[in-house]
Design a protein around this ligand. Sequence first.
Ligand SMILES: [Cu+2]
Length: 148
Amino acid sequence: MHRPALFLLMSVLVLSPQTWAADLSVTNAWVRATPPGKLMTAAYATLQNTSNETLVVTGVTSDVTEYTSVHETLIDRDRATMRPVQQLTLNAGERTDLAPGGTHIMLMKLSEPLTDAQSIDICFTLENNKSVCNEFSVTKHHASMKHH
Ligand SMILES: [Cu+2]
């Protein structure tokens, strides 16, 4: 008997479209202004899975370059190197910080420099094919870069 299950699924679809859209909360979103002469930079944010299911971020896109990806920073003999991350998994309720020195969003081959007071859109593609977009403000020095 599949009817009760179907009915339940439909109720969920009808009742919580808002909740679905907001499964991934993106706060504290900022991009470092491009250094002089460079057309690449990184973006940071606090991501939180506000749903009660595992969320998988399978990609990122931005409106300023098609070369946008998630990177992680590895320390190899005192040298920081970066490598692309295929996906980011957030367990139910989990919060993660994309922060300098750690996982970040890499923006490469920008067509123009990004300067202070500008803002750009970055979207996270989720495994369920939904995407969550958020405004990231460009700044040289981020005010809330303090240790907790
Ligand atoms: Cu990087």
